[in-house]
Write a new protein. Structure first.
Ligand code: ADP
Ligand code: MG
Length: 695
């Protein structure tokens, strides 16, 4: 049960602010939050004082600027409220300037050369639009993280910039069509997060899980996915206490966690959060990932957020549901009932179609990681090829608009073109497509490519910027038109024609789609190294710059960091595999082999004429396996050695993908074969079956 009184009790939310702040201060802060105006420095001290008082009352002893460096994981630097007054007496202090600005030791966060090139220090600035919250007795203040000259070192700053750009362009378009009241437009985002839960003790026995977050060895468990009863099945006791604990922890923080059920794979679950403004949704998703891991830990579990923890079992992603809301509360992607609403809806829909088509590469890049490479295109997640699912009805409407033929798909209305009368759209376009990377869901777009460990900052930044770019082009055109309403239809027609290649309602898992997409000229960036050059592309850079989202050096920095993280991930995985193979797997097989050989030998000594065919072939086969594993390890070591001579960057990431990762695959195959032949009890770490069903 949600206790509505208690909900958000650990967040300095609207309710807390209203109570804690003097009336004028509250109103001024609201103005900043709602209108995106800059904070009145005069009120900073008052806000800080009230926030500190509230935090201390709720048990906080420290505060921290909570931010999201480009690693995608959140970071904090804790300071105590404790100070001393002139008489040496301890007092609790927190000033406006401490609230607004902090200087974390930035040197340990990746900057992609930004700090080295520009200046040494990075600093954090308060984002008043996202509520501060208390976690582990610490007041966490959501902040942006920049260099001294304002270059973004984090994922929040570009997101906030993209939201501004989007609002500006959307309002401009609305004005041309006669909307005089909307003053801001926000992207609304609802997140669905998938994850695995496994037993903590079993987890700690596997170095691959500990170091890499995924299993690097392991053959399929006997049961696995065919066990449909797992889906929506009864939660096991520990999992349900985890869920309860998680819900309560998140609700206290003001995070609207909603549904939880078992996913397709064994031990996999999902959590959905009720949608909110993009930057809050992104912050909340970060908080959520952190809280999930903590809550799992105290329930004797480990929460795996890796995209592909187990081979042969569905991986985890997250869905980013995206729509556009005006400050009057209207969803611009809701088809609505009246023609004028339809007209707006179609325009914003077209803006998205254009955005996804033109910036396929940027969207793909925004979800690129070594982990997600195992997922995208693996027939369990959308393919690495971008496309949009609109559903038959909506596609028919756009088709008939483009071809200027009457729309006959719906029995209820017939569309007469040129005249601004459009059919009433189906309230609930229920035809669901699970294979599309971007699916229209009746009143929002669902982006399904993000990996489960991704920060959603980046993909939302790109969507916002790309849609803002579409709207800026449309705004230019509508502003010049004599009759913007007539012009709008011409525009939709032309735009749909130009970008409809991105619309695909079929099955994205089919091989034929890859060929069809290629024929349509869509890009297919299968792996992270394939995406590296997207940020060097002129068209992409120009758009991001003109929307004010990224400056040139920031793009270079991001490019560098993505490549570094990719390379480091592969190095860690490869080294872990070598270690496990040499020090755990080979000795384990050796031990079993030795015992079989010994007992066979004993039997033969006892009864020389005895046939020991089974044992002999087992000894032979295990010996061969060991040799092949050893050779695969050496091969992997050689290619790692070669890699260590290559400078970090594109060449290295390509080398790792083409040489190291394929050798890791070979080593795994050999070891997994041996696992099947080795008697139970000898294998040196928990097997898949133990992980899924052993607790
Ligand atoms: P389903 O189970 O059909 O996927 P849900 O109702 O569970 O749908 O919603 C999935 C996610 O979509 C939730 O996070 C929800 O808050 C979000 N969502 C719903 N409406 C919108 C909207 N207009 N804009 C953005 N997100 C939305
Ligand atoms: Mg969904």
């Amino acid at each position: 049960m949600i206790d509505t009184e208690r909900f958000g009790c650990m967040a300095f939310n609207d309710k807390a602010m209203r109570k804690a702040l003097p009336q004028e201060v509250y109103q001024s802060l609201q103005q900043t939050i709602r209108q995106g105006t800059s904070l009145d420095p005069e009120i900073a001290d008052d806000v800080a004082e009230a926030m500190k008082k509230w935090a201390v009352e709720h048990g906080a002893t420290h505060y921290t600027h909570w931010f999201q460096p480009m690693t995608g994981v959140t970071a904090e630097k804790h300071d105590s409220f404790l100070s001393v007054d002139e008489d040496g007496k301890p007092i609790l202090e927190f000033s406006g300037s401490e609230l607004i600005k902090g200087e974390p030791d930035a040197s340990s966060f990746p900057s992609g050369g930004l700090r080295a090139t520009f200046e040494a220090r990075g600093y954090t600035t308060w984002d008043p639009t996202s509520y501060a919250f208390i976690k582990d007795d610490t007041l966490c203040i959501p902040t942006a993280f920049c260099t001294y000259s304002g270059y973004a070192l984090d994922k929040k700053t570009p997101l906030l910039r993209s939201m501004d750009a989007l609002s500006k362009q959307a309002v401009r378009v609305l004005r041309t069509l006669g909307d005089e009241t909307t003053s801001r437009v926000f992207p609304s985002v609802g997140v669905e997060q998938e994850y695995f839960l496994i037993d903590k003790e079993l987890f700690s026995k596997r170095k691959d899980l500990v170091y890499a977050g995924r299993t690097l060895f392991g053959t399929s468990a006997r049961k696995e996915q065919e066990l449909d009863d797992h889906y929506f099945g009864a939660f096991r006791q520990r999992v349900s206490s985890f869920m309860k604990d998680l819900d309560e922890s998140l609700w206290d923080l003001g995070v609207y966690a909603k549904t939880e059920h078992n996913e397709v794979a064994p031990a996999q679950y999902e959590l959905a959060m009720i949608y909110s403004t993009a930057n809050i949704a992104v912050d909340h998703n970060q908080i959520c990932m952190e809280v999930m891991q903590k809550v799992a830990d105290r329930n004797g579990l480990v929460c795996l957020l890796h995209e592909k923890p187990f081979a042969g079992v569905n991986g985890s992603g997250k869905h980013n549901n995206w729509s556009l809301t005006t400050d009057n509360g209207k969803n611009l992607l809701a088809p609505g009932d009246t023609p004028s609403e339809n007209e707006l809806f179609l325009l914003f829909l077209t803006a998205m179609i254009r955005a996804v088509d033109m910036y396929q590469g940027l969207i793909r890049l925004s979800v690129a990681s070594a982990g997600n490479d195992h997922r995208l295109g693996a027939n369990e997640a959308p393919p690495a090829i971008l496309s949009i699912f609109l559903g038959e009805e909506l596609t028919d409407i756009l088709e008939s608009l483009e071809q200027e033929t009457p729309y006959t798909g719906s029995e209820r209305t017939e569309m007469r073109l040129g005249v601004r009368i459009l059919p009433r759209f189906p309230k609930d376009s229920t035809d669901r497509n699970r294979t599309s990377p971007v699916a229209f869901n009746g009143n929002r777009f669902e982006f399904r490519m993000p990996g489960s460990s991704d920060s959603l900052g980046e993909i939302n930044t790109v969507i916002n910027a790309a849609v803002a770019d579409s709207l800026s082009v449309y705004g230019d055109r509508l502003e010049k038109a004599d009759d913007p309403h007539e012009e709008l239809f011409e525009l939709i027609r032309e735009e749909y024609r130009a970008h409809k290649r991105i619309v695909f309602n079929g099955n994205g898992y089919e091989r034929s789609w890859v060929l069809e997409a290629e024929r349509r000229g869509l890009s297919n960036l299968g792996t992270t190294p394939d995406c590296m050059d997207v940020l060097l592309d002129e068209k992409n850079r120009d758009m991001l710059k003109s929307m004010g989202v990224y400056a040139d050096p920031e793009m270079v920095a991001r490019h560098e960091i993505l490549s570094d993280i990719y390379c480091n991930t592969v190095f860690i995985e490869a080294r872990t595999m070598i270690d496990m193979a040499h020090r755990q797997i080979l000795p384990a097989i050796g031990k079993y082999l030795g015992e079989v050989a010994y007992s066979t030998n004993m039997k033969k000594q006892l009864i020389p004429q005895l046939e020991c065919g089974y044992e002999e072939s087992l000894v032979t086969s295990l010996t061969e396996s060991m040799n092949r594993i050893d050779s695969a390890v050496r091969d992997l070591e050689d290619s790692l050695f070669e890699a260590s001579g290559i400078k970090q960057g594109n060449t290295l990431s390509l080398f790792l993908r083409d040489n190291v990762i394929s050798r890791m695959g070979r080593l795994r195959k050999e070891a997994d074969e041996a696992e099947k032949k080795t008697a139970e009890g000898y294998w040196p770490f928990p097997e898949y079956g133990d992980l899924f069903y052993g607790f």
